[in-house]
Design a protein around this ligand. Structure first.
Ligand code: HEC
Length: 184
């Protein structure tokens, strides 16, 4: 079999596998819970990498920044949503039971996260050398409660803002979802 066909087949199998897993109740639920928690931890590590570079721009490396952004991009959106497609009856899970009832809201937040990650990926691609001043927020720049609020209206607006601003909005997205859908 040709290499590419083989790889495609494996890819398809794992997609089918992931879809099946999402719909299966325990004990597969245990597995699902540990996988989505592992994904969350990977996103937290990636966010820490990016945060470190904004704190000390001399440590900026475009490829590492991009890799971190892509980690979040690939684990957010519909991938994240699919991890919470069914009620996982697991004592290990801290997922709120309101996720299924407020599916649309949950999915929208998961998609917002992905949009921010895409904007950060683009910033890394546009700044292959040093972290440019245009990536940084200007002192006193409106944040959070500012005219934009915490949701961005469209992609253009998102790509036009400094990456650091998009990053802060991204972190708010994590917090917003946890406050609403993660139990203490
Ligand atoms: C759309 C909702 C949503 C978004 C967005 C989200 N999370 Fe989560 N997160 C959850 C839920 C729900 C849980 C609890 C999962 C469980 O225990 O089954 C969780 C759990 C976690 C955990 C604990 C994992 C563990 O081992 O128990 C960490 C860390 C975490 N999230 C980090 C992040 C970071 C960092 C971001 C943003 C980059 C983020 N999350 C974005 C919903 C979200």
């Amino acid at each position: 079999m040709k290499q590419t066909a083989y790889v495609k087949k494996i890819g398809l199998l794992s997609i089918v596998g992931a879809v099946l897993m999402a719909g299966v109740p325990s004990p597969a639920a245990e597995d699902l819970v540990s996988r989505r928690q592992a994904d969350m931890k990977a996103m937290a590590a990636a966010a820490k990498t990016i945060s470190g570079m904004f704190k000390d721009p001399t440590t900026y490396k475009a490829n590492e920044f991009k890799w971190a952004a892509d980690t979040i991009r690939d684990k957010s959106g519909s991938v994240l949503s699919a991890h919470f497609a069914s009620q996982a009856a697991s004592p290990q899970s801290k997922a709120g039971s309101n996720i299924l009832e407020e599916r649309d809201r949950f999915d929208r937040i998961a998609n917002d996260l992905r949009d921010y990650a895409i904007a950060l990926d683009a910033a890394a691609q546009n700044n292959p050398g040093q972290m440019s001043a245009s990536m940084r927020m200007k002192p006193g720049e409106a944040m959070g409660g500012g005219p934009l609020g915490s949701r961005v209206r469209n992609e253009q607006e998102l790509l036009a803002m400094p990456a650091e601003h998009a990053f802060h909005l991204m972190l708010q997205t994590c917090t917003t979802c946890h406050a609403k859908f993660r139990m203490e």
